[in-house]
Design a protein around this ligand. Structure first.
Ligand SMILES: Cc1cc2nc3c(=O)[nH]c(=O)nc-3n(C[C@H](O)[C@H](O)[C@H](O)COP(=O)(O)O)c2cc1C
Length: 301
């Protein structure tokens, strides 16, 4: 049975990836999951310098999903380099760095640093976090600024370049065309959906920034539609994500045409879910008499 997939020049032993922000920098999830079992592992978003993120509360559960307002809190590149990179050297799995900045210069800075690390196999650019004032979503909600950023980063990054889109990407047609032309290698779709929750007892907003990003089962049909929309408009390979909790959810993304999928919120509920989903995909392929996962991808057009 073949589970290997090729996303441009990034080859994964299987198409299951851990999504950014839900598996730390590896050490956090490693006691529960053999990282070498997954096709790739995406690091929590990093910026060039440390960032404090948003005040608490940062997580709020809903009936069918999680709202988060972490605000891209992270330890910054230098501490990642000292504290986490040596640990990651112990694994063979592909490692994707997830980067962000508040300005194009800050994005460039962290991109150059990550590009210089041998252990990093690809760089995913987060232009779609809804939880911070500057940077984050403001890049994907202005097509022109986004194109400027992509052009700048393409010159800095020799490793496979992944752009992570959110649900509110402005001027999608033109942006996708531009990314193809500029040589973006892969798209990941999607980030969390902007959402709101109210504290009825205290008659206030739950989150200090009012809105937060919704992920988990609640967004799966919405995310799947977004993946579908992007697939209609580009030939770039796609990592689909949003609400994947079990094997069947992942299969939906493959059938619609995603070459790989990423698991996010489910890691917070069951950090070993990835292995069960990989095993579930194998069982499904055997049942359907399919030898190669690539023969499943895009079967529903
Ligand atoms: C607690 C939490 C933190 C996240 N942090 C990041 C991040 O740092 N960078 C990023 O690009 N996406 C981040 N995300 C978004 C996820 O990578 C993923 O795109 C999203 O949760 C949708 O997938 P899911 O429904 O399977 O969770 C975060 C999500 C959650 C729940």
């Amino acid at each position: 049975m073949n589970l290997q997939v090729h996303l441009g020049n990034l080859t994964l032993s299987n198409p299951i990836i851990l999504a950014s922000g839900t598996a730390g920098y590896g050490r956090e999830i490693a006691p529960y999951l053999d990282l070498d079992r997954v096709g790739a592992f995406t690091l929590k978003g990093l910026s060039s310098t440390p960032w404090v993120g948003n005040p608490p509360p940062r997580i709020h559960e809903t009936y069918a999903g999680i709202m988060n307002s972490i605000g891209l809190e992270n330890k910054g590149f230098d501490r990642f380099f000292r504290e986490d990179l040596p640990f990651l050297e112990n694994f063979q799995t592909k490692i994707i760095a997830n980067i962000w900045g508040k300005t194009i210069e800050e994005y460039s800075d962290i991109a150059k640093k990550m590009n210089g690390l041998e252990r990093i196999d690809a760089i995913e650019v987060n232009v779609s976090c809804p939880n911070i004032e500057q940077g984050g979503e403001s890049f994907s909600s202005n097509g022109q600024v986004l194109c400027q950023l992509i052009q700048n980063l393409r010159q800095k990054i020799q490793k496979p370049l992944i752009v992570k889109l959110g649900p509110n990407t402005d001027d999608l047609n033109n942006v996708l065309q531009f990314m193809e032309k500029e040589g973006v290698d892969i798209l990941s779709v999607t980030n969390t959906f902007p959402a709101l929750a109210i504290d009825v007892e205290n008659q206030s907003y739950i989150f200090s920034r009012k809105t937060a990003g919704l992920s988990g089962p609640a967004i799966k049909p919405l995310a799947l539609k977004l993946v579908y929309d992007v697939i209609q408009r580009t030939r770039l390979p796609i990592i689909g994500m949003g609400g994947i909790m079990k094997t069947e959810d992942a299969l939906e993304y493959f059938l619609i045409g995603a070459q790989a999928v990423a698991l996010g919120s489910v890691n917070l509920i069951d950090p070993s879910a990835a292995v069960q989903i990989i095993e579930g995909i194998k069982t499904y392929l055997v049942q359907k008499n399919i030898f190669d996962i690539n023969d499943l991808i895009g079967k529903v057009r």
